[in-house]
Design a protein around this ligand. Sequence first.
Ligand code: PBG
Length: 329
Amino acid sequence: MKLNTLRPRRLRLSAPLRVMVRENHVCLNDLIYPIFVVPGTNVKEEIPSMPGCYHLSVDNAVRLAEDIYALGLRAIEVFGLPAYKDEIGSSAWDPQSPVQCAIRAIKKALPDMVIVGDVCLCQYTDHGHCGQVKDHYVDNDATLKLLNKVAVSQAEAGADIVAPSDMMDGRIASIRQALDEEGFINTIIMSYAAKYASGFYGPFRDAADSAPHFGDRRQYQMDPANGREAMKEIDLDLEEGADIIMVKPALSYLDIVYQARQRCQRPIATYNVSGEYAMVKAAARNGWIDEKRIVMEELTSMKRAGADIIITYHAVDVAKWLKNGEVEA
Ligand code: PBG
């Protein structure tokens, strides 16, 4: 009998060999760390369903930004809880709101930090929807005008990237035009192009106090059952001028990341969302999983699917683990 001489195991014999032939790596350059900024000073309160993540006042947000910069992270996404809410979410473009203040302060302290602003209204409206509501319906085109103001106010504050997460139709073209008219021709738009109506946002909505008070978001966010529709959304956003497109959530949607990679030449981001983070933390706390191993495996799988950029609450832990040599990239 002829022996089989094809032996893929040869390349797995030792750690240096395995690393030499490794196809995908998690690198700090690829990670964006999301933070939650609140009014006041000297506030640092842990978010119960997101252990290790905090509500931070602007002063503490700057301190955290400096700490993570020292760890080697270079990108931060700023979410905020405003001091007031109203029907149209006007605190979302108030230059004195926590997000705008945090963007200004972090940019001043760390000019090299890439700052991403989340462009949405759900944290700022008294009904919790991502747009202006008329007769229980989120009015698409009226909302675009408000989103333009949010994007411009964040660019004015110093955001390098604005990231619309509302899922209104036509928002990328609308925001691009508004930014250009105000002279922000180099402000990057990272579009949450394929954002699904997902149960995995639960902890975030507690953290950001942004759950809708009536109905849900299924009239604007995508149906989790649909893949082809995601390609349509991505094509439209690229046509409208998105610089980076995003798939969100990450783990249950890696097929969408993969398809997007085959289709488009621009950078692709994926958002490893709050529910995904909370599940890992909860299981790790119970000793049911090896947190470091699971997190690296998850992030590596996002890279393997084709993501260039990963937005993740695990970023700070990963930076520490890599620095201490506790995990391999
Ligand atoms: C705002 C927004 C949400 C998330 C990011 N931006 C929540 C939502 O759409 O309800 C979720 C992030 C996470 O779960 O980590 N529209």
